[in-house]
Design a protein around this ligand. Structure first.
Ligand code: ADP
Ligand code: MG
Length: 241
């Protein structure tokens, strides 16, 4: 049961499929704001891709989600557009608040790419994002974070360093309510599960958590079961392992 249109199939035994919102066909139908619509238009993105069609309304409904679709299918916007709405629905950040959303990625390159994609929207939406990745000095990232950011895009190892930096005074997870695990399969392959868990275990349990991946190997099911709450599962194309 799969097609390029996308299908909702249970990858994890016992996970819920009830209440999965209907796919949307146009940007306007999926709760995207006028400001966002203008940016999408400027980018030349006329309509949502198959993974976006299914994942955006599911995430917008507040549910946790596993989204599986091949590289290049548009997974980034599938978690960014609901994330922007989630953040804009929250009270604004106070002086000492940490981020509302954390996006975890396996590599510095992916982190920077997502940062670039986010920055097409943040100025117009009045939001701030900071990339936190290793292999480079931490002090500039600390300085950026101190200016306040609703969004952190990070690699898990450097994020843990950041949480400990300056006696834990740089940032904190107290306001985090939306977490993305992007390229979850690669994160798992690269052995980042302990760091990912260490971060997630310190975030309030009623958060919304979404996981995106090109593949969903069986070994990832245990991780998914631990961090996701009754996820909706969306898959475009076959389940590659
Ligand atoms: P993935 O994470 O699935 O590998 P990306 O999110 O990086 O894919 O998207 C791949 C490319 O498709 C990017 O260049 C992105 O800007 C573009 N893209 C995303 N959504 C759309 C859309 N709705 N219409 C046209 N292009 C899109
Ligand atoms: Mg991607």
């Amino acid at each position: 049961e799969s097609s390029e249109e996308g299908s909702v199939i249970p990858l994890i035994e016992g996970s819920l499929r009830k209440g999965c919102p209907k796919p949307i066909k146009t940007w306007a139908q999926c709760g995207v704001s006028t400001k966002e619509l203008n940016i999408l238009k400027k980018l030349g993105f006329e309509k949502p891709t198959p993974i976006q069609v299914q994942a955006i309304p599911a995430i917008m409904s507040g549910r946790d989600l596993i989204g599986i679709a091949k590289t290049g299918s548009g997974k980034t916007l599938a978690f960014l557009l609901p994330m922007f709405r989630h953040i804009l629905d929250q009270p604004p950040l106070e002086e000492t608040d940490g981020p509302i959303s954390i996006i975890m990625t396996p590599t510095r390159e992916l982190c920077m790419q997502i940062g670039k994609d986010i920055k097409k929207f943040t100025k117009s939406l009045g939001l701030h994002a900071v990339c936190v990745y290793g292999g480079t000095g931490i002090s500039e990232q600390i300085a950026e974070l101190k200016r306040g950011a609703e969004i952190i895009v990070c690699t898990p190892g450097r994020m843990i360093d950041m949480l400990a930096a300056n006696g834990g005074k740089v940032t904190n997870l107290r306001r985090v309510t939306y977490i993305v695990l992007d390229e979850a399969d690669r994160m798992f392959d690269m052995g980042f599960e302990p760091q990912v868990m260490r971060i997630i275990d310190n975030v309030r349990p009623d958060r919304q958590t979404v996981m995106f991946s090109a593949t969903f190997p069986r070994q990832m099911e245990a991780l998914a079961r631990r961090i996701l709450h009754k996820p909706i599962e969306v898959q475009v194309g076959g389940r590659s392992v």
